[in-house]
Ligand binder design. Structure first.
Ligand SMILES: [Fe+2]
Length: 241
């Protein structure tokens, strides 16, 4: 079957970017899927899913014809849209979220808390790191080791396409130029800059050559130095633009 929703970026790495707007800005919403190895129990790792549809379900089935387990990753307190149909289909024991998301939605069946020390069935091939110091967002970021891919949610945007005037203005008011940036709204959620910087430092020790952001275009190897430089600015406790 030819995929029309999911794009393949590496042998076991897939993504799609669905339209999504916030405050009049078209930001898009990226979903990432990793096909897990037999050593991890196989199945699919589904990160920040877009709206469920039968067409998307069929593509997921085709990626994993043996029907292995599905792991649903809710990577931050603020990425809580479109989830009910996924939560109905994926068992609680393979559903993962930061504790802030679990507290915000106590009625959702989420079996696993994404604390830094938590070891998941997929941890051998996908590492995770919470961004401490920003509890209102509680973003957790990931490294898919085999494809050297860093998977972020909201801490970095990469909106490179030209925007309509008003949307561009709103982004600039949000302290975002075109390309790699961290929004003013996100920066305002950082309550402990040193803790946040320490989390970023852990993440920068990962070996990655590609970055998938929640909002914006994929950052391939030639953009990774700029991304590293951007994140470096958080390390000394100052959220520098
Ligand atoms: Fe987001």
């Amino acid at each position: 079957m030819q995929n029309t929703i999911l794009n393949q970026l590496a042998p076991d790495l897939f993504e799609t970017n669905a339209p999504a707007s916030m405050l009049g800005m078209e930001l898009g919403h990226r979903m990432v899927v990793v096909r897990l190895q037999p050593e991890s129990g196989g199945g699919l790792w589904i990160h920040s899913p877009i709206a469920w549809s039968e067409a998307l379900e069929a593509e997921l089935d085709a990626l994993d014809p043996e029907g292995g387990p599905r792991h649903l990753i809710i990577p931050s307190r603020t990425h809580d849209l479109h989830l009910e149909p996924w939560l109905e289909r994926i068992p609680a024991e393979t559903t993962y979220a930061p504790v802030a998301l679990q507290r915000a939605h106590p009625d959702w069946r989420i079996g696993q808390t994404l604390a830094d020390q938590y070891v998941a069935p997929w941890s051998g091939e996908i590492h995770h790191q919470g961004l401490r110091g920003a509890p209102r967002v509680s973003e957790v970021d990931f490294l898919h080791v085999a494809s050297k891919t860093l998977i972020l949610t909201d801490c970095v945007f990469n909106l490179t396409a030209p925007r309509p005037f008003l949307a561009g203005l709103l982004l600039r008011l949000n302290a975002c130029k075109r390309g790699i940036c961290t929004t003013r709204i996100f920066r305002m959620t950082i309550k402990d800059q040193r803790a946040f910087g320490a989390s970023i430092a852990s993440m920068l020790r990962w070996d990655f050559e590609r970055v998938l952001v929640g909002h914006g275009e994929v950052i391939e190897a030639d953009g990774v130095p700029e991304l590293r430089e951007h994140l470096d600015a958080f390390l000394d406790g100052f959220a520098v633009g």
